[in-house]
Design a protein around this ligand. Structure first.
Ligand code: ZN
Ligand code: ZN
Length: 345
């Protein structure tokens, strides 16, 4: 079958042929119907330190945000059958560690990530994954929406962690797809004002289309002063940091109001130097971090929000490509001139 991924180290993206995956006793084989490119895939496109650290070998198929149909199940699979429509959860938990057994499976200490630590990802007509990471979706959710449930779930997990109160001023730093999803969710969570920041006009325009109240291009305007100006000097009640830029990490702490909340979601490539005494302690800030989705609380909530049309995931989707167009698709996303880019394998 045709696939997108890597056959060797180094920058770039390749389209190549690979054998269809084998199905183990705990696995399901899935006919992939839609799969989105993630910022994580760009690490392999550039072949940086992250790619070196998460390299299961070659050839490897990239892609981890997807939906499709179950076409074969392993002998021990109990909850899924051929014909079920599923979306992929990327956390592959060990199911036996302390965290797996205490409701925190998504931060399992033996965690593997589908499409990152596995040879078969979802940028191909077929992929294989353990039963526990294939989440059944209802017929009312399209394959394209299904492919976006994984990144949407990160935004929802962050919003649940932020616990937005009615009337809160919320800043979401970063207008990538997860930022845009978080902005939609902040609006429906009762925020009186949602402010977004980014460096790319293309993405700020997507954010405006979603209906945020204020956008800030941090290349032209100091976001901390602007947030203070918009809040009569008070600062934001909630800041959700999704850009992963070191400067934005510091600014997130500075733009939060006294006793406000800051949730970190974006991953930085290098450590950030912060002044815990002045930036957190004297301000009595509540600071937390989240990663991925809670298995499976986030999924139940996400599916209901999409199914009942409370959120529209397609607002964030801007491009669709065939597998052969992978180089074009990656280039577009890398330039920041796209929202979510999907492959239809
Ligand atoms: Zn992802
Ligand atoms: Zn575990």
């Amino acid at each position: 079958m045709k696939a997108i991924g890597k056959t060797k180290k180094g920058p770039g993206i390749e389209v190549f042929d690979i054998a269809e995956p084998e199905v183990g006793p705990e696995d399901v084989l899935v006919r992939v119907r839609a799969s989105a490119i993630c910022g994580t895939d760009l690490h392999y496109y550039h072949w940086d330190g992250y790619a070196e650290r998460h390299n299961p070998g070659f050839p490897r198929v990239l892609g981890h945000e997807f939906s499709g149909d179950v076409v074969k199940v392993g002998d021990n699979v109990k909850t899924l059958k051929v014909g079920d429509r599923i979306a992929g959860e990327t956390h592959i938990p060990c199911k036996v560690c302390y965290l797996c057994n205490t409701g925190r499976m998504h931060i399992c200490k033996n965690m593997k990530i589908f499409g990152v630590d596995t040879l078969y990802g979802s940028f191909a007509p077929y992929t294989v994954l353990p039963e526990i990471t294939a989440v059944k979706i209802p017929d009312s959710i399209t394959y394209e929406e299904g492919a976006l449930l994984e990144p949407f779930g990160v935004a929802l997990h962050a919003i649940c962690e932020a616990n937005i109160g009615p009337g809160d001023v919320v800043v979401i730093t970063g207008c990538g797809p997860i930022g845009l999803f978080a902005q939609q969710l902040a609006k429906i969570s009762g925020a009186s004002m949602v402010i977004s920041t980014d460096t790319k006009e293309y993405r700020l325009n997507l954010s405006k289309r979603i209906g945020v109240d204020e956008t800030i291009n941090v290349l032209n305007v100091d976001p901390v002063s602007r947030v203070r100006e918009l809040t009569d000097g008070k600062g934001a009640d909630v800041v959700i940091e999704l850009s992963g830029a070191n400067v934005a990490v510091k600014q997130a702490l500075d733009m939060a109001a006294l006793n406000g909340k800051v949730v970190f979601v974006g991953t930085t490539q290098k450590p950030t130097e912060i002044d815990t005494t002045n930036q957190i302690l004297y301000k009595e800030l509540k600071v937390s971090g989240i990663t991925g989705r809670i298995m499976f609380d986030t999924w139940y909530r996400s599916i209901k929000l999409v199914q009942n049309k409370i959120v529209d995931l397609t607002q964030v989707m801007t491009h669709k490509f065939a597998l052969d167009d992978a180089p074009k698709a990656f280039e577009l996303l890398d330039k920041g001139e796209a929202g979510k880019v999907l492959f239809i394998p």
